[in-house]
Ligand binder design. Structure first.
Ligand SMILES: [Zn+2]
Ligand SMILES: [Zn+2]
Ligand SMILES: [Zn+2]
Length: 250
């Protein structure tokens, strides 16, 4: 069995944003269980605990686990701030990351982190997981990851706006059980470096994913309750994430 825990499902500012009184922030302030911390997730087979990105919040959520590896999508602060804590781990952690705009403090003083710089379309073996790095479209060099364990495959696709054609063609040829896709903005919002909801679903459908989970959701998106309604009325097998959501692949 492979379990995915979406620890943080927000954009770089999280939800609610301090001082903001937009509908998404107000909803999350009122219903505290709808708060979103910044993007991180845990993939585990109950033998190897592997994170994709490590936000500061995530570093506190997983401090009791032995984390064997972290796959870094890119070095924007919302995705890596927890590494400042986890580099003090008493056990070594393999860190896979693109070289582009790597955090100099982490690179020069990695302590327990064993840093491996990787490029798109490399195959890695991390515990029992087979991992393929993917190319994404973002402001800085950013990798997606296809994680395979037995018949199950999970595609992690944040942060990105659309997909580069190489990645689209690669994923079309693979069975994708679950796609976790950047859906930063509300429907109709034109962002340069992140998807809106419709663009995110289109990616999931284009690659033939059996289930699509929308994540990296910012306060520029609809409030959770309206977003769920919007998605439910249009698509099957598409889900809106929330912090702490668990998806099991059997
Ligand atoms: Zn981000
Ligand atoms: Zn807001
Ligand atoms: Zn980013």
């Amino acid at each position: 069995m492979l379990t995915v825990v979406l620890i943080g499902t927000g954009g770089s500012e999280g939800v609610p944003v301090p001082g903001c009184s937009c509908p998404a922030c107000n909803e999350a302030r009122h219903y505290r269980f709808l708060r979103r911390s910044t993007a991180s997730l845990l993939i585990t087979n109950y033998s190897m605990n592997m994170l994709v990105d490590m936000s500061l919040d995530a570093s506190y959520r997983v401090e009791e686990l032995y984390v064997g590896a972290v796959l870094v999508t890119h070095w924007h602060h919302d995705h890596i701030a927890g590494l400042y804590k986890f580099r003090w781990s008493e056990t070594p952690i393999d860190l896979y990351a693109p070289r582009g705009s790597a955090d100099p403090e982490i690179v020069h003083f990695p302590r327990s982190l064993r840093i491996h710089f990787v490029k798109p379309f490399e195959e890695l073996y991390v515990g029992d997981f087979k991992v393929t790095t993917l190319k994404l479209n973002h402001t800085v060099e950013t990798l997606g990851y296809l994680v395979e364990l037995g018949r199950n495959t999970v595609a992690v696709l944040f942060d990105t706006k659309g997909l580069p054609s190489e990645t689209l063609e690669f994923l079309k040829k693979r069975r994708v059980s679950l796609a976790l896709v950047d859906a930063t903005y509300k429907p109709g919002y034109e962002g340069e470096k992140h998807n809106n909801v419709d663009e995110a679903v289109e990616i999931g459908k284009d690659i033939g994913a059996e289930e699509v989970v929308l994540t990296h959701i910012s306060h520029h998106n609809l409030p959770y309750s309206r977003l769920v309604k919007y998605v439910r009325e249009r698509w099957r097998n598409v889900y809106v994430s929330y912090d702490g959501m668990i998806v099991n692949l059997i």
